[in-house]
Ligand binder design. Sequence first.
Ligand SMILES: [Zn+2]
Length: 431
Amino acid sequence: MRLPIFIASAVLFIQCQTTPYQFSGKSTAHILKTLSADEMRGRHAFTPDIEKAADFIAGEFKRAGLQALSNQNDYRQKFNIYSITIDEANFNFRNATVKPDQFFVLADNNSIEWTSDKDAAIIELGKDADFRAEFGKIRNMDGEVLVFADPSHKDIFIRYQRFFSRASRTFPNEQNGNKVFVLANKPPNKNFKISISKNVETIEMANVAGMIKGNRTDEYVLFSAHYDHIGIRPVQEAGTDSIANGANDNASGTTAVIELARYFKSLDKPERTLVFVAFTAEESGGYGSQYFSRQFDPEKIMAMFNIEMIGKPAVEGPNTAWITGFDKSTFGELLQKSAEGTIYEFYPDPYPTQNLFYRSDNATLARLGVPAHTISTTPIDVDPDYHQVSDEFETIDVAHLTNTIKAISKAAVGIVSGKDTPTRVNTSELN
Ligand SMILES: [Zn+2]
């Protein structure tokens, strides 16, 4: 009677045995090449060009067999952003005129018709004020604010003016008042008249996200990368390339997210629920990760593997990757431990002065306490292609990219299986 039992267990064994997805250079090259092709026109958020990339990623998530997020019926996680520009501005302070380069507005979508300090709180920034620090405070205030900055702040004022006189972008549910900055001393009496009309454009944007439900439905592990890039650049010389293809930044990370989805889907049901997300607008304000982070209870996100620019070998050698904010949680140590015995090594970000921990989508989640870190390999300090039209498929080391994705899949095992849980980020220690 032993034999049938043996046969039965052998059949059972065969049924449970899954064949893990095999990472290959052919597959990574195909995804990377598609995302960085000229037809994608540099994947700039706030332009229709990015839609093509979103379609492609959604198609890949579908092929991988991911489930859409529970509150979405497709892989696109859609949201709106207001893009607000100034149409016309009139200032009257006892007939003194305010020139266009003497003001800027952090605008919301409400119109501005102010005639006294009843309409807006008035703040004066005198000669001794720290403009940068005060600006940060005012920006986060609720309500309408009119700021008079002493003309001695001219240099810094003009820098801010140049930046903020482009469109103001906000989430529709975050209209917390207009902030008007004027480079002039406050008029001696309360008589003033300010009217500013605006154009408010609603722009639909989308992250692309899918998941693999685990046994623990309230413990998430995120694998993310931004899929947007910087689009079409001004042509330097007639006939030269103007498309910033963003092969390394960040078609490489997006490729990793797609390939990891395929890999984890090929394994048995994971212990934790795995969420795969391609963020929009990392290069233009970080709106994609901001929106995404508000759809989750951050306490339930156990870790975030954010992947950026892994198409070129790191300074420490070919089979190495670095992790930003290494000392901010035990995430990095856990990855190092999981990678022990493999040819691949993870180590702390070698460019601490570049503040890379704060320069990608991981920071949005880290500010909510999530052990959220970016994994990268590019020698960013000397990379000639960073944010250039030369960031093309041909500059990518496909074997390195594939090895890195594979290494991340191995290093994530402890966290995916629920065996390892990184410590939370102490938000009071963040800049
Ligand atoms: Zn990037």
